[in-house]
Design a binder for this molecule. Sequence first.
Ligand SMILES: Cc1cc2nc3c(=O)[nH]c(=O)nc-3n(C[C@H](O)[C@H](O)[C@H](O)COP(=O)(O)OP(=O)(O)OC[C@H]3O[C@@H](n4cnc5c(N)ncnc54)[C@H](O)[C@@H]3O)c2cc1C
Length: 429
Amino acid sequence: MPSGPRPPEEADVVVVGGGVVGWSVAYWLKVLEGRRHGMRVLVVERDPTYSQASTVLSVGGIRQQFSLPENIRMSRFSASFLRNINEHLGVPNEPPIDIQFQPSGYLFLASPKDAAALEATVQLQREEGAQVALMSPTQLKEKFPWMNTQDVAVGSYGLENEGWFDPWTLLNAFRRKAVSLGVYSCSGEVRGFVTSAEDLMPPLGSEPETARIKYVHIHMPDSLEYQPVACAIVVNAAGAWAGELLQARGLPGGLRQPPLPIQPRKRYVFSWHCPDGPGLSCPFLIDTTGAYFRRDGIAGNYLGGMSPSEEEEPDPSDLSVDDGFFQERVWPLLARRVPSFESLRPRGSWAGYYDYNTFDRNGVLGPHPKLENLFLAAGFSGHGLQHAPAAGRAVAELVVKGRYESLDLQRLGWRRLVEGEPLEEDGVV
Ligand SMILES: Cc1cc2nc3c(=O)[nH]c(=O)nc-3n(C[C@H](O)[C@H](O)[C@H](O)COP(=O)(O)OP(=O)(O)OC[C@H]3O[C@@H](n4cnc5c(N)ncnc54)[C@H](O)[C@@H]3O)c2cc1C
């Protein structure tokens, strides 16, 4: 593995994790630095090949159809950002960015039992400015003749700002721009911290209630050494491993409480070929059962999957795929919804990790309650790619300006974890 540049000895902000969220935070910090011109921002990424990073293993969807106003607003912010991506992330003398956005919309289907809830959510989405149409089974059948609407009571179809794009391109565009603005990066793993708690000599058996991180310890790939980097601020953008990062060496036990409830949850993606499938009119369809699929290009290829139930959660210790899950669980549901999928030909599969917040399946943003200079940007539970532009900006605002300016995301802060008040999102797929 190439070792890449060594980190500087000190940085104003150390961003742990070089996925789309980490690079978005770094980019926005440089955009917003203002009078703090010259802010030294370092992004630390342990795997330059991104072999397990959620960003590059995702299916690239963006939608406004969420049930929480904050999530709708973040998606709307991101949609506008992506529409003008070259104004934001273009770099002089470099090729323009084409994120290959496919504006095909999301289509959520509801059974009679769930119809009223879907309609209420659409009402909220419209109040937030989202263009979402409610469609009867007859209307659905007219627009999407390939669909079996037998058990469907209503569908909600996004008319703008919805579809999918290429995640790699967005990650690379953030990285290229941030580096052009002077952000440092290094390959290495943050494995420990030195905090101000070590300077204090509390009475035996007690710990300070709060502390600051003074150094991050980066384990370099080409040596046995740890490289200490002195820092003023740390941003935890370690994705599915954000919870694990807060168990690292050097953080006194009491300062780890409450634990950050973010863990990797394995999700399979299957791809298949079906020349008689829905074709160009295919949206990103979320079935009444939770199974989903979308078009993949224009040559009769599709991809999709389904989140397992709690009892079915696969072992997350590696990214192997259980193809039986497709054969037994997903395919029958797909074929019921789209009869032509009965004769689909499986092409391949992969697995990635949802950055799963077991508390309420939503991102956790903002300052840690006990580590005063640690900020969180993780836990998006399957919607972090599309929310990265907005979440990165929001966290950068907190760091640079001390408050949210573009979007008020306070409710997504730590407080709800401490107070035990979940902020549920119904639209986790
Ligand atoms: C199958 C699947 C489908 C998805 N579909 C969508 C979708 O359609 N739309 C959507 O918006 N989202 C989707 N997501 C979710 C989305 O991919 C994630 O929410 C998002 O990519 C999170 O970005 P991240 O930068 O936080 O995480 P990552 O991309 O995982 O980046 C985190 C990085 O941190 C690094 N890291 C971890 N610990 C350390 C450490 N101690 N030191 C240094 N580096 C460290 C890791 O190596 C990793 O590269 C999907 C996810 C999966 C798995």
